[in-house]
Design a protein around this ligand. Structure first.
Ligand SMILES: Cc1cc2nc3c(=O)[nH]c(=O)nc-3n(C[C@H](O)[C@H](O)[C@H](O)COP(=O)(O)OP(=O)(O)OC[C@H]3O[C@@H](n4cnc5c(N)ncnc54)[C@H](O)[C@@H]3O)c2cc1C
Length: 385
């Protein structure tokens, strides 16, 4: 189906990303798997190509683009080539809105040029060993010093994407004690430079997929952070998270539609090539029907997310519609990739085949950014239930 949101400019950007992947990313797949993330030079290169700073204002060295569509094109090309851009999505798609919306002019000057050129890589630390879905339960504390010049941060975070390699981590902390009457109050977002004394990276967690994206445990032990690193207002952190989670969830949904489309292409190519009982696997009616079902589901998801993207660009995407997009697209991708893997037979289970990689990498998308169950809770509230 023709996509109505793409222009010639988008096609040119897509070609640039495709060429870059083919030349500078695909050849390093095994090496970066071993390393557990792409090397720092890769992020510098993304910066040089303008990919990290697409939506950063021009005055801070970015492209000044207001649409999220370029990020979507990156997702699609990464999925198509079966490669990874490491923590790119967290950095460019999840963190940037916090800096654009809540950072002061001084903070923007301090962080955005490095953000755009890849010299300041970022991560966001919400989840803790004791709390994930229930963010109001965050226990990491940030206590203001007596002279009011800095916060002292203490606590532990887990599952943090890019946590082992980031330079600056937006850390969600409790700046006033938990109040059962106001569960969402008392949380603040503080940008913690990882070079600060008392900050430490713990275990790098071994995952079943996403082998080029580091996921780490972090500990904060009397970490002194200047008050100038508070993002927005003290105590308003939960509201900021709630405001930005729709973009994070739509990014996951867009990413997953790209995954499903890539899986279908791989399955078509594989089944046309592979012969069983003297015939290509693609010639069996079952293969055709399975791929037809996958294609119909994926197209429906594509139309939905393209529309959500337009709403996001107009700042009209609701929390519930982003939750619907994430729920639907991650579940579709899970089903489609599983069926496409089945069509590969045993080879689908071997990691050198891109479908195996998609299978392993897709599973977590029903968990992170809010689980499918949390998405259903949000949607049912929107239904008045
Ligand atoms: C690879 C990876 C990368 C991640 N990256 C980041 C990151 O960069 N930054 C970050 O802060 N976090 C990150 N996370 C954490 C992720 O967001 C959490 O794992 C997720 O929000 C779920 O929290 P939890 O793991 O504590 O599960 P829990 O909250 O303990 O949930 C366990 C189960 O209970 C269910 N459940 C919870 N509440 C309800 C409810 N109200 N009704 C019904 N069922 C419910 C859940 O759906 C789930 O099935 C990452 C996780 C992974 C695995």
């Amino acid at each position: 189906m023709k996509r109505t949101i793409l222009t010639e400019e988008h096609d040119a950007f897509r070609q640039m990303v495709r060429d870059f992947i083919e030349r500078d990313v695909a050849p390093h797949r095994e090496e970066w798997d071993e390393l557990g993330h792409p090397p720092r030079e890769f992020f510098r290169r993304l910066g040089e190509l303008g990919i990290l700073g697409i939506q950063v204002p021009e005055e801070f060295g970015g492209g000044g683009e207001s649409s999220f569509i370029y990020n979507t094109i990156v997702f699609e090309e990464v999925a198509r080539a079966g490669v990874s851009f490491g923590g790119y999505t967290v950095h460019a798609c999840l963190i940037l809105p916090y800096l654009l919306e809540y950072a002061t002019e001084e903070q923007r000057k301090r962080w955005l040029p490095g953000f755009a050129d890849g010299s300041i890589m970022t991560a966001i630390a919400m989840t803790e060993p004791g709390t994930g879905s229930d963010l109001a339960n965050i226990a990491t504390t940030a206590k203001l010093s007596e002279d009011g010049s800095h916060y002292i941060v203490n606590g532990a975070k887990t599952f943090i994407t890019g946590g082992a390699t980031a330079d600056l981590i937006l850390t969600v902390c409790r700046t006033s004690p938990f109040d059962p009457e106001d569960r969402r109050g008392g949380l603040s977002i503080i940008a913690v430079p990882t070079a600060t004394e008392g900050f430490a990276v713990g275990r790098k967690l071994n995952k079943i997929g996403l082998h080029q994206q580091d996921t780490a445990e972090l500990s904060y032990s009397d970490v002194k952070v200047p008050v100038e690193n508070l993002l927005g207002e003290e105590g308003a952190g939960f509201g900021y998270l709630a405001h930005n989670l729709p973009q994070e969830r739509l990014a996951i949904a867009l990413n997953q539609v790209g995954f499903a489309e890539a899986a279908i292409s791989h399955a078509i190519a594989y089944t046309q090539d592979r012969k069983v009982f003297g015939k290509p696997v693609a010639s069996f009616q079952n293969s055709k029907f399975v791929l037809a079902e996958c294609s119909a589901e994926t197209q429906a998801a594509r139309v939905y997310v393209d529309h959500c993207l337009e709403l996001l660009d107009r700042k009209e995407l609701s929390v519930a519609d982003a939750a619907r997009a994430k729920l639907f697209c991650t579940e579709v991708a899970g089903r489609v990739i599983d069926k496409c893997l089945q069509l590969h037979g045993g080879y689908g289970y071997i990691t050198e085949y891109p479908i195996a990689r998609l299978y392993a990498d897709t599973r977590v998308t029903r968990i992170y950014g809010g689980t499918s169950e949390v998405m259903k809770t949000i949607i049912s509230k929107d239904l008045g239930l």
